[in-house]
Design a protein around this ligand. Structure first.
Ligand SMILES: Cc1cc2c(cc1C)N(C[C@H](O)[C@H](O)[C@H](O)COP(=O)(O)OP(=O)(O)OC[C@H]1O[C@@H](n3cnc4c(N)ncnc43)[C@H](O)[C@@H]1O)c1[nH]c(=O)[nH]c(=O)c1N2
Ligand SMILES: CC(C)CC(=O)C(=O)O
Ligand SMILES: [Mn+2]
Length: 478
């Protein structure tokens, strides 16, 4: 009885101590960035404690809404002086638990840094603050005839997209964030500010110094806070044509993809949905597609060549026994199709109300795609798991959205084992454990298999050099 009582007292004491120190932290931060930019309410901390995944949330002690690079620099400098963790937060749409605060600390929300700073239409580039979302940028530049085509399904922040090296359905044509970031402004762990590709750099190529830009793309907030990004823009195509092609079997759809890619056709989107995913999208997005392994395709070109592109794809799909090949030229029909594709994550979760999605994200050389998708499906069947499959297959990248009961630890463990087995199979065939979602907390254990000890030690040396006190998003990636 006494032990229980003293444990309760100790717990209460620790709780009071943490409460007092978080209040002191908030007071100091308010004096740096102003009262309106600091929140300590449970609701705001809860909202910033998790992303869109099944990973358990952890609340930060304080949420700060930065308004400028100067704010970010001052906050980081202050946190360094107190050894307080800083966790950057874009829009919280990540899926590997990257924004959780397992050690408490300050969640640095960048959404109020939402200015488009410059558009250089003649150079096909722009510079934005980190909190600008991809939809806001595309709306802003609509009249220039340009677009920023990297499209994770969510309306993510461009800072978050840089930090996770995001991609999406159009990476097959326009590249991922890695290929589209030209320069970054980054606040380092001591509060100093750098530009990764030169103080004013926005040239199309450079071989000057180390490639700092790509060090900070995909670092998930563990090496620095991205405050501004200079990005490549692309012309909005004169003509767009979409198509839907259901197949008799999975192999036909995947082999047709490989053949289309090998033919050199500049396909803009080529997305695979297995029969379960098509069924889920039909229900969630009110489509009426045949329930079969299916490709969604899109071609971008000029009025004079768009039909020829579609025709080559149609012939190729037919030679792999597609059941039909239906073009969608109408703007609304196309928008409906891609909206449904972007909502596939929610469609899968809606199959079982109350469930959560556990997403895998392997990427393999395209010649290994058919084998590994078959492996993924066979393992689902063996383990009796429900997991619709969807993939940016033109890049050899696909996800199994395994549906789990978040309150059932046994089921979560089983799905975790499935995800690990799939990731190891991807490595066996020379792929990677994540094509676009990153490592976060979910895939840390797999890094050693992908890079080996010497590779991991190199990453640790970089982390140690840039963040010696481990205040930047501690517990993530490494
Ligand atoms: C419905 C749906 C569909 C998709 C996706 C999500 C959802 C909900 N995603 C995943 C997600 O949208 C993607 O990872 C985004 O890049 C995350 O951007 P946020 O702004 O939400 O970052 P979020 O706030 O979630 O942060 C992600 C990570 O980056 C760090 N971070 C955020 N801003 C930072 C900054 N300014 N500086 C440094 N670090 C920062 C965070 O600390 C965290 O570790 C995705 N992704 C994808 O690649 N392809 C896809 O197809 C999809 N599809
Ligand atoms: C939430 C993500 C798992 C979704 C995604 O990456 C996709 O739909 O392609
Ligand atoms: Mn994806």
């Amino acid at each position: 009885m006494n032990i229980i009582k003293s444990t309760k007292v100790l717990f209460l004491y620790k709780f009071m101590q943490r409460y007092a120190s978080s209040q002191a932290l908030a007071t100091d931060l308010k004096s740096i960035v102003g009262n309106d930019n600091v929140a300590t309410s449970t609701a705001v901390r809860e909202q910033h404690s998790h992303d869109e995944s099944y990973h358990p949330g952890h609340k930060p002690d304080v949420v700060v809404f930065a308004q400028s690079t100067d704010h970010v620099s001052k906050i980081v400098k202050y946190c360094a002086s107190k050894r307080v963790p800083v966790i950057p937060f874009g829009t919280g749409t990540g899926v590997e638990g990257g924004v959780t605060a397992p050690q408490g600390g300050v969640c640095l929300d960048l959404s109020r840094m939402d200015k488009v700073l410059s558009i250089n239409a003649e150079d096909f580039d722009c510079t934005v603050q980190a909190g600008v979302t991809r939809n806001a940028l595309n709306t802003y530049i609509r009249d220039t005839g340009l677009q920023f085509p990297i499209d994770p399904g969510a309306n993510a922040s461009l800072g978050g997209m840089c930090a996770t090296s995001a991609s999406g359905t159009m990476a097959v044509r326009y590249g991922t964030m890695r290929e589209n970031v030209m320069n970054l402004e980054v606040v380092l762990a001591d509060g100093s500010i750098i530009k990764t590709a030169g103080l004013k750099g926005r040239s199309r190529k450079t071989s000057s110094g180390y490639n700092l830009t790509n060090l900070f793309v995909g670092q998930e907030g563990t090496l620095g806070i991205i405050t501004e990004a200079t990005l490549k823009l692309h012309a909005i195509p004169e003509a767009v044509l979409a198509a839907v092609a259901p197949f008799k079997d999975l192999q036909g759809a995947v082999n047709a993809t490989v053949a289309i890619m090998q033919s050199g056709l500049p396909v803009a989107r080529i997305e695979f949905l297995d029969e379960n995913m098509v069924d889920a999208c039909n229900r969630f997005s009110k489509l009426n597609l045949d329930i079969a392994p299916t490709l969604f395709l899109e071609f971008h070109g000029s009025n004079s060549n768009i039909e020829a592109q579609g025709q080559i794809a149609e012939e190729t799909c037919k030679s792999y026994e597609c059941l039909q090949f239906a073009f969608a030229t109408d703007v609304d029909k196309r928008a409906e199709l891609w909206k449904a594709r972007h909502n596939a994550w929610y469609a899968a979760q809606a199959l079982k109300p109350g469930s959560k999605g556990y997403s895998t994200d392997v990427c393999v050389p395209i010649s290994a795609l058919s084998g590994i998708v078959t492996f993924a499906k066979d393992e689902l069947k063996r383990l009796n798991l429900l997991g619709p499959i969807v993939g940016h297959v033109g890049d050899g990248n696909f996800h199994v959205f395994v549906i789990v009961d978040p309150t059932n630890p046994k089921e979560i463990e089983l799905v975790h084992q499935y995800s690990m087995a799939l990731a190891k199979e991807a490595l066996r065939v020379s792929g990677t454990v994540t094509g676009e979602h990153g490592i976060g907390v979910g895939k840390k254990k797999l890094l050693i298999d992908e890079f080996g000890a010497a590779g991991i030690n190199t990453m640790k040396a970089i982390k140690q050099a840039l963040d010696p006190m481990n205040i930047l998003n501690p517990g993530k990636v490494l």
